[in-house]
Design a protein around this ligand. Structure first.
Ligand code: NDP
Length: 503
């Protein structure tokens, strides 16, 4: 038995990958790829550090920060940063594994990583969040670089505390701890490029970028999701939600043979953060009816058949911008929205066509899945990473295998359906290195192209490797779960083979 500590989320994500690959004919056709599974059983590097920061009462606070650099075969490590009290090494390892395949599916040359901290931005002042972001980036970029490059751990630690309690100018030559210009061994445009995730918006990214720039004297794309004023890209905030809806459009188009669209479909969405907001916005723009949104404390459903309107959505966006909860919506909105405390949306929506989990991992359970299937739901696409439990996916996949096209539920995993954010991060890197800014239309066109190719590669891999293994009838849908896992895995495995990890 393994002596490693239990890491439930990571074991779930790795287990999902193995079962999708083993259920296909991939290893029969390419036994050499099996070796890649060993390389993917653990990250290439895990960095853990203390983040020491000062709160508004001048008290010292300590959090734990992490960066999991999972795989760099396809390019520099790339992946988001999550600030949430539930963050653990297990969660970041699962997210970094998923990110490795997501980045592979975008077709961009990027490896996979994820980072974050157990810091909770809720209840903190803006200035406390800013100080935390600066301290997080200083530790990630600086303490470890000082340790790595010169072995001066004690000096770097002293420096950290020195700067926390003095107004010393970090760039000044008289500063006793000045390490300006020192590059980081871990973070940088050709090494590892973080981005945002839960609890980290463009504002926090901007603060981390500023901290990196001050310490290194380099204006370079060390992080993506930046505000426009700092070289961020248009459509970054919208990208994951919009991309999810573009992907869903391809699913509907395939099932209906081009006869149907998202128009007039009833869509249940969970979450009310970045991904949920822009998925809802794009779906409304395309004529769909949004029946629910949620947050960590409860769910809102639409009272009217018309669904959650643009007005309600804009108010929810404002509320979330100020880190408030859905139960704090003004009285005027309570006429159009019904609030359910402590609930997820799935069992509060009646007949729905589509379910889009867009909040967090394991937010849709087996019994939620059974409920949705009974309520007529035919498409489930994950905006969140690993939004559905393994048992919930089992319900959807069994339904697909036992029902004809048009009657079956079709499930799309997050590693394919939510790649939009990763893709547009790649576009931000490209624009920064060329010193140009692309128009909204250009970014949107490229995003649509990546979502189309991501859908197609999952479909083709399922046709090639999963169909025969499943003994699928021709009137059954291919598994996007199997296909997306296989397509992403093949790209990573081929790169490992090409760089000589084995022969
Ligand atoms: P946000 O922080 O903007 O929003 C997260 C939403 O999920 C909030 O509504 C939050 O509620 C809710 N939530 C958080 N934790 C829980 C929980 N334990 N139970 C129920 N609800 C919860 O994050 P994003 O929208 O950026 O991310 C959402 C998901 O999408 C995550 O899984 C993320 O990894 C994934 N993702 C994000 C991408 C991006 O570009 N942002 C890219 C690809 C995937 P509350 O407001 O109460 O905290």
């Amino acid at each position: 038995m393994s002596e490693k500590p239990s890491e439930p989320e990571f074991e779930q994500a790795y287990g999902d990958l193995i079962s999708a690959l083993e259920a296909s004919s991939l290893f029969q056709k390419h036994p050499e790829y099996r070796i890649a599974l060993k390389r993917l059983a653990d990250p290439e590097r895990v960095i853990q550090f203390q983040v020491i920061w000062e709160d508004d009462a001048h008290e010292v606070q300590v959090n734990t920060g992490y960066r999991v650099q999972f795989n760099s075969c396809l390019g520099p490590y790339k992946g988001g940063t999550r600030f949430h009290p539930t963050v653990t090494i297990s969660i970041l390892k699962f997210l970094a594994l998923e990110q490795t395949f997501k980045n592979a599916l975008t077709g961009l040359n990027l490896g996979g990583a994820k980072g974050g901290s157990d810091f909770d931005p809720k209840g903190k002042s803006d200035n406390e969040i800013r100080r935390f972001c600066v301290a997080y980036m200083n530790e990630l970029r600086f303490v470890f670089s000082a340790q790595h490059l010169s072995g001066e751990w004690a000096r770097s630690k002293a420096c950290h505390v020195y700067h926390m309690f003095t107004d010393c100018n970090l760039n000044s030559e008289s500063c006793p701890t000045n390490t300006q210009g020192m590059t980081s061994p871990y973070i940088g445009p050709n090494k590892d490029i973080p981005a945002g995730d839960i609890g980290v918006t463009s504002r926090e990214v901007g603060w981390m970028f500023g901290a990196y720039k001050v310490r290194t004297s380099h204006w370079e794309c060390c992080i993506t999701g930046k505000p426009l004023a700092l070289g961020g890209t248009l459509l970054k905030a919208e990208s994951t939600g919009y991309g999810l809806i573009y992907y869903l459009g391809h699913m509907i188009n395939y099932v209906s043979n081009g006869r149907e669209t998202l128009h007039s479909r009833k869509v249940a969405i969970s979450g009310s953060g970045n991904v949920a907001q822009y998925a809802a916005l794009k779906a409304i723009e395309l004529g769909a009816t949004i029946v629910s949104l949620s947050d960590s404390l409860g769910t809102v459903t639409a009272v009217s058949e018309k669904g959650i309107g643009l007005d309600d959505l804009r108010n929810i966006m404002q509320l979330k911008k100020h880190r408030k909860q859905l139960h704090e919506l003004k009285e005027s909105h309570k006429e159009s929205l019904r609030y359910f405390a402590g609930s997820r949306p799935w069992k509060h929506v009646n007949a729905v066509d589509i379910a889009l989990p867009c909040a967090t991992q394991n937010e849709l359970s087996e019994s939620d899945a059974e409920w949705l299937v009974a309520a007529g739901c035919r498409y489930v696409a994950e905006g969140s990473n690993m939004g559905c439990t393994q048992k919930a996916i089992g319900v959807f996949e069994r339904h697909r295998q036992t029902h004809r096209i048009g009657e079956a539920v079709w499930f799309a995993p997050g590693k394919a359906a939510n790649v939009g954010g990763s893709a547009v991060s790649g576009f931000e890197m490209a624009q920064n290195s060329q010193r140009v800014s692309w128009s909204t239309e250009k970014v949107d066109k490229k995003l649509r192209a990546i979502m189309a190719s991501c859908f197609q590669s999952g479909l083709s891999a399922a046709e090639q490797y999963a169909m025969a293994a499943e003994k699928r009838e021709t009137d059954r849908l291919p598994s996007l779960l199997a296909g997306s896992n296989i397509a992403g895995f093949i790209k990573v495995a081929e790169a490992m083979l090409a760089e000589g990890d084995w022969w």
